[in-house]
Design a protein around this ligand. Structure first.
Ligand SMILES: C[S@@+](CC[C@H](N)C(=O)[O-])C[C@H]1O[C@@H](n2cnc3c(N)ncnc32)[C@H](O)[C@@H]1O
Length: 202
């Protein structure tokens, strides 16, 4: 990992650990302030996947303060690629831009401020890789909007399939939904909070 990126990643990991500690102490969180980061296992996997696929056009739906975007950007710089993130909460969007700038990744990671449901409609294809990590009820709409823009061999990785438990029923329906497409091959990976990886095969 690039040391300038690693420094910001470490800083954000400390913040995520503090948030988890507050959770465990029963301190009520303000969800609009939380990083809600996918974590190093999932972000590290996405970093490798970008490199293995030589992915160039990468989309993150739900960027929060930019933790995973740093990992995506570090790999995108190696492939000559570009990341488009999106975040609805202005304070988080501002923090994401600051973290990305301090990591030296502003030239390869863009974060759009606004409703991802509208932003995904505006995106042009072909897209190599999508990371879905916004509110879970919306995953279906994001998948349906982005699949036609995905190149054949491109993939959508969706977070939180197995954790937290509160999302389980929605995520089971999401898996059913994506697996029903005849041009999609999809598999659950035991990485991080459970990742459904769906590849466009036709
Ligand atoms: C789980 S967090 C993302 C964490 C980030 N992917 C990471 O791993 O560092 C989900 C984020 O999606 C944002 N979000 C949810 N629905 C959205 C929407 N419709 N448009 C834009 N952002 C949205 C939330 O504000 C929240 O910050």
């Amino acid at each position: 990992m690039d040391p300038q990126v690693q420094k910001v990643v470490d800083e954000l990991q400390e913040r995520v650990a503090r948030e988890a500690e507050q959770f465990s102490q029963g301190i009520p969180p303000d969800v609009n302030q939380l990083a809600l980061a996918a974590g190093p296992e999932t972000a590290g996997f996405l970093n490798l996947l970008i490199r293995a696929m030589e992915a160039k056009r990468i989309v993150e739906v739900g960027t929060s303060i930019g933790y995973t975007a740093l990992w995506l950007g570090e790999a995108a710089r190696a492939t000559g690629g570009y990341v488009i993130g999106m975040e609805a909460i202005a304070a988080k969007h501002k923090q994401a831009l600051d973290h990305i700038a301090r990591a030296g990744l502003s030239d390869v990671v863009e974060v759009r401020l606004g409703d991802a449901k509208a932003i995904v409609q505006e995106l042009a294809g072909p897209i190599d890789l999508v990371f879905l990590d916004a509110w879970k009820d919306d995953y279906f709409a994001y998948f349906d909007a982005l699949l036609p823009k995905l190149r054949v061999g491109g993939c959508v990785v969706a977070d939180n399939i197995t954790f937290p438990k509160a999302f389980q029923e929605t995520m089971r329906r999401y898996q059913e939904h994506v697996r029903a497409y005849s041009n999609v091959r999809s598999h659950l990976l035991s990485i991080g909070n459970g990742e459904e990886m769906s590849v466009r095969i036709g």
